[in-house]
Design a binder for this molecule. Sequence first.
Ligand code: HSE
Length: 333
Amino acid sequence: MLGLGNVGRAVAERLVDEGWRRLVAERGYEPPELVAVGVRQPGRRRGIDLPESIDLSDDLAGLVGRDDVEVVVELLGGLEPAGSLIRTALAAGRSVVTANKALIASGGAELEVLTRQSGAVLRFEAAVGGGIPILAPLVRDLAANRITSVTGILNGTTNHILTAMTRDGADYAGALAAAQRLGYAEADPTADVEGHDAVAKLVILVRLAFGPWLAPGSVARTGISAVSPAEIAQAASRDEALKLLCRAHRATDGTVTASVAPTSVARGSAIGATDGVTNIIEIEAHPVGTVAFRGPGAGGPATASAVLADVLAISRGDGSSWASVPNGVGVGG
Ligand code: HSE
């Protein structure tokens, strides 16, 4: 495992916990063994005591190349060194699990080529919607459908901020600080409040729902930093709530449009009633109609659920996150 931040700690805690290992064994899995953790500063205290048998090292590339590593779990975040480490692992045929939405959204097409050529497995359920199972149900359980739209709230930090401003009259800076304290925000919260994080998640959903990899820069984007208390009050007076709404649509000619922007929605709707760190994704598809997935969109333990689910999926023999949808890059495998 690479990285021991909020999500990494929550993943490691479960991997070494006897109760968790019994739980997955009862479900028929061989509990995964955490053999090594890569961190930038091995001497730093991190609020977790790992057994001495687990190698804690700052030689991240060395860990990825170890013969006894079958799965690399990348939880460093950011484009580098995460990207190089993931590419090295995939090129060597090792499976990778990551929560890195920025990397998957910006380098997804290239990583898909590399993965399909090397026969490795790359899974990224935790990259979208935190703990909500969305990617696997989208490609697997909705496989019999034609998906026409994906709409929802994909960023816990901004939804937490907008909810606090609406419900408690909190000011923007105080609400952001609270979301950071709770461990929801990115290292640089600009990615959250300016909508880049939500765009990255929408790009991933578009690939799995509609086929193409969109360039993140091609998605129309407005963040929440300019949202005023007056706008929030106006929406409330119409019984509406302001949400950082993510929308993607595929027209009948195959054209895909996508946007992320603060949008006023009916308070009584499923999206309008989704508050705090909770995310929601509504999928419109034929023949099923509209289905919604709602749950904790950020936070260590919730996101660890999705990371660990991918590790277990690999041990079950499942393929990459895109395995059940048509090839997005024109390469075999
Ligand atoms: N910063 C992200 C959010 C974390 O607030 O939703 C989960 O991807």
